[in-house]
Design a protein around this ligand. Structure first.
Ligand SMILES: Nc1ncnc2c1ncn2[C@@H]1O[C@H](COP(=O)(O)OP(=O)(O)OP(=O)(O)O)[C@@H](O)[C@H]1O
Ligand SMILES: [Mg+2]
Length: 236
């Protein structure tokens, strides 16, 4: 079961099969996710909600290939990422996933242009091609006139837009965002949500967004709730 929207007819972008994950703390094993099975449709804009500690970030990191499952399988765009080696996973991630974090995670000494260019340094694109891609991404987020600014010279909302440009510059199919509006005022948050919604609708990016904010969740097509490691009923 996924959602009751028409997108369910498309082949899923993400499939989770009996995914479990626990962490070790001291001598204890703390279960975080227990046997989670669900699909996320291609072109979906999913908001993942749930109480603090329920495992939302853990789930997002597993889907994005930045953390490893204990058991179960995850397929993204037909690739079983849980079967990839560490180095294969790193390459896969660079090509297929764009990340957006609550605190932007920009590099302070680099300009907006250089921050957005970073993921392209791992690709075969030459300098001129990289410039074209970076300028295009910064135009998409409305910051073509701020390319030479460093993060410290930008507002929170602008920094998050640079982070979104960095996330989309490699043209990934999947965008994952962990509380992307958590550090922003209402107006900047709305701009960021509008941008994510536009990338979903116009550029066909599948978006998975963890959020505590019901107004942010309203922008999504589908809302799912995580409760202590289990997915509760879908609501949208
Ligand atoms: N690296 C880690 N080592 C040990 N425990 C961890 C680790 N990462 C997460 N946990 C634990 O796993 C549980 C789920 O954490 P997670 O960060 O996924 O929650 P969350 O739903 O994103 O919470 P929040 O809304 O506060 O961000 C928590 O109990 C947390 O303490
Ligand atoms: Mg979290």
């Amino acid at each position: 079961m996924t959602t009751d929207t028409p997108e369910t007819t498309a082949s899923p972008i993400v499939r989770l099969r009996s995914v479990s994950k626990s962490y070790r703390r001291g001598g204890q094993i703390v279960p975080v996710l227990e046997e989670i099975t669900f699909d996320i449709a291609q072109g979906e804009f999913l908001a993942l909600m749930g109480p603090s500690g329920s495992g939302k970030s853990t789930l997002l990191n597993l889907i994005a290939g930045i953390d490893k499952v204990d058991s179960g399988a995850i397929f993204v765009g037909g690739v079983e990422i849980t079967a990839l080696s560490e180095s294969e996973l790193a390459i896969w991630r660079g090509l297929n996933v764009g990340f957006i974090f609550q605190f932007y995670n920009l590099i302070p000494v680099l300009t907006a242009f250089e921050n957005v260019e970073l993921p392209l340094l791992l690709t075969p694109l030459n300098r001129r091609e990289r410039r074209e891609h970076v300028e295009m991404a910064l135009r998409v987020v409305g910051l073509a006139d701020r390319m030479d600014h460093r993060p410290g010279q930008l507002s929170g909302g602008q920094q998050q837009r640079v982070a979104i440009a960095r996330a989309v510059v490699t043209d990934p199919t999947l965008l994952v965002a962990d509380e992307p509006t958590g550090d922003l005022d209402r107006r900047s948050a709305e701009e960021i949500l509008h941008l994510l919604e536009r990338l979903n609708r116009e550029s066909g990016k599948s978006v998975i967004m963890v959020t505590h904010d019901p107004r942010a969740a309203e922008q999504a097509r589908t809302v799912r709730h995580l409760e202590k490691g289990f997915l509760a009923d879908a609501a949208s």
